[in-house]
Design a protein around this ligand. Structure first.
Ligand SMILES: [Zn+2]
Length: 90
């Protein structure tokens, strides 16, 4: 069958509205939703962004995703976290 690597296929963005009490609550929900769906290989969860429904031109990154030194992969923490980057979630 030979499925193609996901990044050689066309990419799309899923717009899935939801409700939350604030931007911080929405970011928490988006991180939780992204991590819970990470088993789906079609998703690029670290690239998740969030926008307000009425201001979709302004996107907020959800995950840090910085490249770690020494071939340790990418940071798994939330965007703008205050501590050092790590590949492991707290
Ligand atoms: Zn980080």
């Amino acid at each position: 069958m030979g499925e193609q690597p996901r990044f050689e296929q066309p990419r799309f963005v899923l717009h899935l509205p939801f409700t939350a009490t604030s931007l911080d609550a929405a970011k928490l929900f988006a991180r939780t939703a992204g991590r819970s769906l990470a088993f789906l290989s079609q998703l690029d969860v670290p690239e998740t962004t969030l926008s307000e429904e009425d201001n979709q031109g302004v996107r907020h990154r959800i995950f840090c995703d910085r490249l770690l030194s020494g071939g340790r992969g990418r940071c798994a923490l939330r965007a703008d976290h205050p501590n050092d980057c790590t590949a492991v979630r707290p």
